[in-house]
Ligand binder design. Structure first.
Ligand code: N01
Length: 540
C-alpha cells in the first residue's frame, strides 16, 4: 500500500486536483458524461484557480472575454453577460463561481485541501493520494489540473524578513485587498502582472517606485464595454467564433496574418502596424505579420515600431530610453497587454529604478537596497512571476511505477507525451501540461481540448475493459524532440523567459510549451486517438 494514513481509505474512480477552468470542466465531464465517482481537491477556499489567487490591482484577462470562457454549453454562452472586452478579475471569478453552481459541481469539490503526495500502486493500477489533513484517497485515474502559473516565485533576496512594512506577491493577493492610500510602494517586476498593476497602484499610492530588471514591450489593450448590441452580435455568432478559435493557431478567433513583414516598404509596414496597434491586444502579434516570431529581421520591425511608441508616450526622453527593451525580440517573453502602462511614467508620483544596472542587494527594514541607493518603502509588491509549468506538480510528492518520482523523471526538464501523460506514470493525465500549447494559447480553448481528449480516452478504455494506460518511453522522447525542434524554429529561445524556466535559479533551461499551434497539435492528438491511442500502452 503506497499511502500511509490513520484515516480510512476513500475509494473513487477519479481524482482531479485543482478547481480552475480545467479542473471544473474535467470534473463535469467525468461525473456527468462518464458517470465516474470523481472528487476534486482544491487548496484554496474557493473555486477559480488562477482567478481565485491573482487578485492584485489591475488583474484582468488579456484574451477577450467572449472567447476567454467555456464553449461547451450553448446555454451558458447565451446566459452569461460579460461587461467588457477585458473584464477584471472579480468578474472572471464570478463567472467561474457561476459555472460551479450552474452545473452543481460543488458537491464533488473539496476546498481547503492540499494534496501532498500521489503514489501509484502497480498491483491494483490505482493512485493513492494523501492530503495535508491526512486523508487517504485512492482512484484509478489521477488528473492534474493544477495550472501552469500557480506556484508564486518570491525571489530569495537577503533581508526580506527584516522589512518593517508589508509585502505581497501578486499571485497570493490578500482577499481583503491592500490599501495603498498615502503609502510609498515598491513594485518589483515588469512582466504582464507588473504592467497591469502599475497604473492602478500609481493612481492610489503616494509614490510608486518600479524596480525594472528587464524592460518589456507592451501593446495597449483598448478595453471597451460590451454594449447590448455587441453582446447580441457575439451571441448570434458564437458558432463561427468557436469554429475560428479552435482552428486558430493560438486559439483566437481571428485569422492570423499570412504576409511577411519584409515584403513591405517601411512606410507601408508601419501603416499596417499603426492600424493594428489601434485595435490593440494580442492581435498586434498574431494579426500583423506571419513571421514576427520566426524571423529576427521581421521581429525587429515590430520591435522598432513599439519602441517608437514608448518614445512618443513617455515625456522624459531619458526615462523613455530606460523603458525601451533592447535585449530580446518582441514576443519572445509573453507579450503583456496594458491600459496606460507607459503613460503612468508621466505621473509625478512614479519613478523607475533600473535594477539590471544596479541590482537589488538586500531588503532592509526600511525598504529596498540596490547597488546604488536605498529606497524607503511602506509596501513591497512582488510581481515576480511563477515557477511555471512544473513548479506546482513538483511540489507534490508524485511517485509512478517502480517508485520513480516525478522530480527524478524531470531532473533534466519536463518530459511528456503530448503534454497529456508521462511515461512511468500510468493512469495519470496532465491538463495543459508541458509539451502542449497551453500558455502559448488562449487557455480555455486548450483546456477544453485536453479535457475532452482525456475523457474520451477514459471512456474508450472503459468500453474496452482496459485498466491502465501509459505513454511509452519512445513516444514520449519522440514528442519531446518534436517540441524542441518546433521551438528551435522560433525566436522564443532568444529571451530569458519563464517559458524556458530561466526565471528560476537552477531550473533546467528547456522550452516547455508546444509552439506548433493548436491546429497541428489538435490534429496530432486526434490521430493518436483514432489509431487506438498510438504511443500509449493499454492493458486489460
Ligand atoms: O511574471 P513574469 P508575471 N529582481 O515572470 C522580474 C500570465 N499572466 O506574473 O524579466 C528583479 O512574466 C522579471 O524580470 P526579468 C502571463 O502568462 C496572465 O508578470 O526576469 N526583478 C519580470 O520583469 C504571464 O506571462 C495575465 O529580468 C525580478 C517579472 O519580475 C505570466 O502570468 C495577466 C526578479 C516577472 O515577470 C507571468 O507574468 C498577468 C528579481 N529577483 C499575468 N525576479 C492574464 O491576462 C523576477 N523579476 C490572463
Amino acid at each position: 500500500m503506497p499511502a500511509q494514513s490513520d484515516k480510512p481509505e476513500i475509494k473513487l474512480d477519479a481524482i482531479v486536483i485543482g478547481a480552475g477552468f480545467s479542473g471544473m470542466y474535467m470534473l463535469k465531464r467525468l461525473r456527468d458524461e462518464l458517470g465516474l465517482n470523481t472528487r476534486l481537491y482544491e487548496a484554496g477556499d474557493g473555486v477559480g484557480g488562477t482567478w481565485y489567487w491573482n487578485r492584485y490591482p489591475g488583474a484582468r484577462c488579456d484574451s477577450e472575454s467572449f472567447y476567454y470562457c467555456y464553449s461547451f454549453s450553448e446555454a451558458l454562452l447565451q446566459e452569461w453577460e460579460w461587461s467588457s472586452k477585458y473584464p477584471e478579475q472579480p468578474e472572471i471569478l464570478s463567472y467561474l463561481n457561476h459555472v460551479a453552481d450552474r452545473f452543481d459541481l460543488r458537491r464533488n469539490i473539496q476546498l481547503e485541501t492540499r494534496v501532498t503526495s500521489a503514489k501509484f500502486d502497480e498491483a491494483t493500477n490505482r493512485w493513492h493520494i494523501l492530503t495535508e489533513q491526512g486523508e487517504h484517497i485512492s482512484a484509478q485515474f489521477l488528473i492534474s489540473a493544477v495550472g501552469c502559473l500557480s506556484t508564486a516565485n518570491v525571489p530569495d533576496i537577503k533581508g526580506l524578513d527584516s522589512f518593517k512594512g508589508d509585502w505581497y506577491h501578486t499571485g497570493k493577493w490578500p482577499h481583503e485587498g491592500v490599501d495603498f492610500t498615502g503609502k510609498r510602494v515598491g513594485l518589483i517586476g515588469t512582466g504582464s502582472t507588473g504592467i497591469q498593476a502599475t497604473p492602478v497602484i500609481a493612481a492610489e499610492a503616494d509614490h510608486l517606485t518600479i524596480f525594472q530588471r528587464t524592460a518589456n514591450f507592451s501593446v495597449p489593450a483598448r478595453n471597451v464595454s460590451l454594449t447590448d448590441d455587441l453582446q447580441r452580435e457575439i451571441k448570434g455568432n458564437y458558432d463561427e467564433i468557436w469554429r475560428a478559435a479552435k482552428a486558430g493557431h493560438g486559439g483566437f478567433p481571428y485569422i492570423p496574418s499570412d504576409r511577411s513583414a519584409l515584403d513591405y516598404s517601411e512606410e507601408e509596414r508601419n501603416a499596417i502596424y499603426e492600424d493594428i496597434w489601434k485595435v490593440g491586444g494580442f492581435k498586434f502579434l498574431w494579426g500583423s505579420f506571419s513571421d514576427i516570431m520566426v524571423n529576427e529581421k521581421a521581429n525587429d520591425t515590430a520591435a522598432d515600431f513599439l519602441r517608437a511608441k514608448i518614445r512618443a508616450t513617455v515625456k522624459d526622453p531619458q526615462l523613455a530610453e530606460k523603458l525601451i527593451p533592447n535585449d530580446h525580440p518582441y514576443g519572445a517573453k509573453r507579450p503583456p497587454i496594458d491600459t496606460n502602462y507607459f503613460e503612468t511614467f508621466n505621473r509625478d508620483n512614479v519613478s523607475l529604478v533600473d535594477v539590471k544596472k544596479a541590482p537589488i542587494t538586500e531588503i532592509t527594514e526600511k525598504g529596498v537596497l540596490t547597488a546604488d541607493d536605498e529606497y524607503e518603502l511602506d509596501i513591497i509588491v512582488f510581481a515576480t512571476g511563477f515557477d511555471a509549468m512544473t513548479g506546482t506538480l513538483l511540489s507534490i510528492d508524485i511517485q509512478g511505477r517502480n517508485g520513480l518520482t516525478l522530480a527524478e523523471k524531470w531532473q533534466e526538464g519536463p518530459k511528456t507525451y503530448l503534454g497529456l501523460q508521462i511515461s512511468g506514470f500510468p493512469n495519470m493525465f496532465t491538463i495543459s501540461g508541458p509539451g502542449s500549447p497551453s500558455v502559448l494559447s488562449n487557455m480555455p480553448v486548450s483546456i477544453e481540448q485536453h479535457v475532452e481528449w482525456i475523457s474520451d480516452c477514459i471512456e474508450s478504455m472503459r468500453e474496452k475493459s482496459q485498466n491502465s494506460i501509459e505513454a511509452t518511453l519512445q513516444a514520449e522522447s519522440d514528442w519531446v524532440e518534436h517540441v524542441n525542434e518546433i521551438a528551435q524554429m522560433t525566436l522564443f529561445w532568444k529571451a530569458n523567459s519563464w517559458y524556458l524556466g530561466a526565471n528560476i535559479p537552477g531550473k533546467t533551461r528547456i522550452f516547455m510549451p508546444y509552439a506548433g499551434g493548436i491546429p497541428m497539435y489538435r490534429q496530432r492528438c486526434d490521430e493518436v486517438a483514432e489509431k487506438d491511442y498510438e504511443g500509449f500502452l493499454l492493458s486489460a
